[in-house]
Design a protein around this ligand. Sequence first.
Ligand code: AKG
Ligand code: FE2
Length: 249
Amino acid sequence: MGTPVVTPIHDPLIAPASAVQVAVAGSDVQSVGLVHDRPGAVSEIWLDELALGLSEQGWMALDVRARLGSDLLAALQQEVEILDRTDAMQRAGIGRGNDLVRDRSVRRDKIAWLQGITAPQAALFEFFDAIRQGLNQRLFLGLKRFETHYATYHPGDFYKKHLDSFQGRASRVVSLVLYLNEDWQAAHGGALQVFNRDIEYEACGTVLPEAGRMALFMSEEIPHEVLPANRTRYSLACWFRQDEVPLPL
Ligand SMILES: O=C(O)CCC(=O)C(=O)O
Ligand SMILES: [Fe+2]
């Protein structure tokens, strides 16, 4: 069952310095192009499901391959592979500012923040913003924006059990992880282990990082862990935030 200790994790230092402000307060009433351009990508019924999963269980795993399309998934996969191969990804840290700790006993992944500038990223950002608006309309979370980074876990890499946000910080409120690995088998390790929000040492779900799988959970409530991978593991993490500008914790 692993260690019963939950390590609350601050935001990483390598904050998106030029984070794209994708949302402007009050813009929730506007509809998102994606909803109209690609019917079915983000439907009202699907958003209802997400809101229900988050409010009832605090987390859920689902398949979004058909919603995003295989071409977009493949394009994102290609981007992260290139970033990884060209050493453009930086070792992820824990904490912010002077408190940053690159503690390799806690997490070993490498990350690169997305700016939403390339065509695949722009399409993805549209998808994320439709989710942000849909959750706001249903759960009144007041999510102002999101930030997102690619992550690579090389063989042996892991991320120990943690929470993505401290309770009451009103920073990261909802976490989303999208996986980008074709043909991922259980034997490859690297699963996301999700723990019960009330009984922190009780594992309540496992998500294999197969391309098109998506995990969604409440950042302050759901302890989770990335088990050691024994094959390179690509993913994309996104946090929906209540604060408008990144403030030091
Ligand atoms: O990649 C995953 O499955 C989860 C990553 C994670 O927990 C994080 O980046 O905070
Ligand atoms: Fe996390």
